[in-house]
Design a protein around this ligand. Structure first.
Ligand code: AMP
Ligand code: ZN
Length: 463
C-alpha cells in the first residue's frame, strides 16, 4: 500500500499517515462563510484538500473516506444583506431573507468549485442545522467548568485548558500581547472567547438556556465535526490564517467537551494566495473572485493547474504568465491524450502526491510523461490531480472549440519539422497563418501560438 506522509502542524513534522480506521478515513476542512462569492484565495484550500481527498480515496478506496466541509451560515454580513433587502422592500421574514442569501451563496460556491474540478465533499453541513448540538456541547462545557455564563454570553475559560496555544505555539500571555482581543468587563481572562452570544430582536436567533442568541463561530466546527466524524478523527484542514484563534479554540472546546477523544490527529494548513506579497482577502479589497476569472474565459482547469503548481505550504502569487503557460500546457496534453485510455497511475507521480501533496513534483512528472508521449500514463497521472478529466473537458468545447483544430495542426507541423520535412512544415504554417493563427517557436516540445487580429475560426473549420 502507498505510504502517505503529511506535514502535521501539531507536531511540526512530516509524519507517516496511519488512519485510526482504514475502513473509514475521516477528514474535516473548515469551509466558507457564505455571505458572498468565493475569492480566488478561498479556492486554494478547496483544491489542496480535493487532491488529498482523491489521494485518500485512491489508497483506501472510494467508500472508505468521509470528507466533511462545512458552510458557516451564521454571520453578520449575511444578516446585513438580508436586512438591506428587507429595507429595500423584499418579501419574506428576515429569517427567510437570511436563508435566501445563504442559499444563493452556496449555489454560487458549488458552481464555482465544480468548475475547478473539485469533488464535492461527502457531507456539507450548514451551521444552522446543528444549533441544538452546539447548545448541548456548550452545556457540557459549563458543567465541567470549562465555560461560564456572563451577561447573556457564554465564554470558554482558556485557563481551564492547560494546552491552550499549543497548536500555534503561543502562550496565553503572547496571545494577549499580540492579538486584538475584545476587551469585555464580563470576561475573566481577556483571551476567553465566545461560545454563545445574545441576539437582538431584529437579528436571527435561537432559544437557549442563556436566552435568545446565536453561537460563536468556533463552536460550529467543534459541534459539526463531533456529530459527523466522532470525538477522534484523522485530518483537520484549513488555511493557516485559521490556525489562531479558530483552530486553537476548536481544539480547546472539543478536547474539553470530549476528554476521552483526541479530536483531530493531523492538522494541515495551506499557505496563503497573495497579491503583491499580501494575503488576498475581502477585507483588504485586493481580491478577485473565481467567477471573475471564469467569466474572463480562463477555464477552471487552468486555474486548478496554476494553483497546484505551487506546494500548498508555500505562499503563492497569481500571475497572467502562469495562466497562459498553464493553458498552453493543458492544450498540448489534451491533444496528446485525446484518444488515450488512462492506464495505471504512474508510481513516481503517486509517490510525489503521497509525499505531503507534492503537486509541483507530480506536475513535473506529467511533463516528463508528455515529452515521452506516454499518453495513457499521462492521462492516469493527470487524473490523480483532477486534470484532463471528462468533467473538466468542457473548457475546450465551451471556451475555444477551434483550439482542437489548431493543436492538431501544430502537432502535425512539429512532427514534420522533427522529421525534417520542412516543405510540409511550411505548408501547415501557411494554413495556420491564413486563418490568422501565428505559430510561435518556443523551446522543445512546448507549443505556443497567437491568434492575430485576423483570426477567423470559420476559415479554420473550413480547412
Ligand atoms: P473564510 O470564508 O474567510 O473563512 O475562508 C474560507 C477558507 O479560505 C479558509 O480555509 C481560509 O483559510 C481560506 N483562505 C482565505 N483567504 C485565503 C488566501 N488568500 N489564500 C489561501 N486560503 C485562503
Ligand atoms: Zn473551523
Amino acid at each position: 500500500m502507498t505510504t502517505i506522509k503529511l506535514y502535521n502542524t501539531r507536531t511540526r513534522s512530516k509524519e507517516v499517515f496511519t488512519p485510526i480506521d482504514p475502513d473509514n478515513v475521516r477528514m474535516y476542512v473548515c469551509g466558507p462563510t457564505v455571505y458572498d462569492r468565493a475569492h480566488l484565495g478561498n479556492a486554494r484550500p478547496v483544491l489542496v484538500f480535493d487532491v488529498l481527498n482523491r489521494l485518500l480515496r485512491h489508497v483506501y478506496g472510494d467508500d472508505h473516506v468521509t470528507y466533511v466541509r462545512n458552510f458557516t451560515d451564521v454571520d453578520d454580513k449575511i444578516n446585513a444583506t438580508a436586512l438591506a433587502r428587507k429595507e429595500a422592500g423584499a418579501e419574506g421574514t428576515l429569517e427567510e431573507l437570511v436563508q435566501q442569501r445563504s442559499d444563493e451563496t452556496i449555489d454560487w460556491y458549488h458552481q464555482d468549485m465544480d468548475a475547478l474540478g473539485a469533488l464535492r465533499p461527502d457531507q456539507e453541513p450548514r451551521a444552522t442545522d446543528f444549533i441544538p448540538q452546539m447548545i448541548s456541547m456548550i452545556e457540557g462545557l459549563i458543567a465541567m467548568d470549562h465555560a461560564y455564563e456572563a451577561e447573556g454570553h457564554v465564554l470558554f475559560a482558556v485557563e481551564s485548558y492547560a494546552e491552550y496555544g499549543k497548536l500555534s505555539g503561543r502562550t496565553v500571555d503572547d496571545m494577549i500581547a499580540g492579538a486584538r482581543v475584545e476587551v469585555a468587563p464580563y470576561k475573566r481572562n481577556p483571551m476567553d472567547f465566545v461560545l454563545w452570544k445574545p441576539s437582538s430582536d431584529d437579528l436571527p436567533g435561537w432559544d437557549s438556556p442563556w436566552g435568545r442568541g446565536r453561537p460563536g463561530w468556533h463552536i460550529e466546527c467543534s459541534a459539526m465535526s463531533f456529530e459527523l466524524l466522532g470525538e477522534s478523527f484523522d485530518i483537520h484542514g484549513g488555511g493557516n490564517d485559521l490556525m489562531f484563534p479558530h483552530h486553537e479554540n476548536e481544539i480547546a472546546q472539543s478536547r474539553c467537551a470530549h476528554p476521552s477523544g483526541d479530536f483531530a490527529k493531523v492538522w494541515m494548513h495551506n499557505e496563503m494566495l497573495q497579491v503583491e506579497g499580501k494575503k488576498m482577502s475581502k477585507s483588504l479589497g485586493n481580491f478577485f473572485t473565481v467567477r471573475d476569472l471564469l467569466d474572463q474565459g480562463i477555464p477552471g482547469e487552468v486555474i486548478r493547474f496554476v494553483m497546484l503548481s505551487t506546494h500548498y505550504r508555500k505562499p503563492m502569487d497569481w500571475t497572467a504568465e502562469k495562466t497562459s503557460d498553464a493553458k498552453a500546457t493543458l492544450s498540448k496534453w489534451r491533444a496528446l491524450t485525446k484518444d488515450a485510455v488512462a492506464g495505471e497511475v504512474p508510481e513516481a507521480l503517486l509517490a510525489a502526491v503521497a509525499d505531503d501533496l507534492n503537486t509541483a513534483g507530480a506536475i513535473a512528472e506529467l511533463h516528463r510523461l508528455a515529452s515521452n508521449q506516454e499518453a495513457p500514463a499521462l492521462k492516469a497521472g493527470a487524473g490523480m490531480l483532477g486534470l484532463l478529466g471528462q468533467d473538466l473537458g468542457g473548457w475546450v468545447a465551451i471556451q475555444e472549440s477551434h483550439d482542437d483544430k489548431i493543436i492538431a495542426l501544430m502537432l502535425a507541423r512539429r512532427d514534420a519539422r522533427q522529421s525534417k520535412d520542412f516543405a510540409e512544415a511550411d505548408r501547415i504554417r501557411d494554413i495556420l497563418r491564413s486563418a490568422g493563427v501565428k505559430p510561435m517557436d518556443t523551446h522543445a516540445g512546448n507549443m505556443a501560438w497567437e491568434k492575430t487580429a485576423d483570426f477567423d475560426p470559420k476559415k479554420l473549420e473550413a480547412l
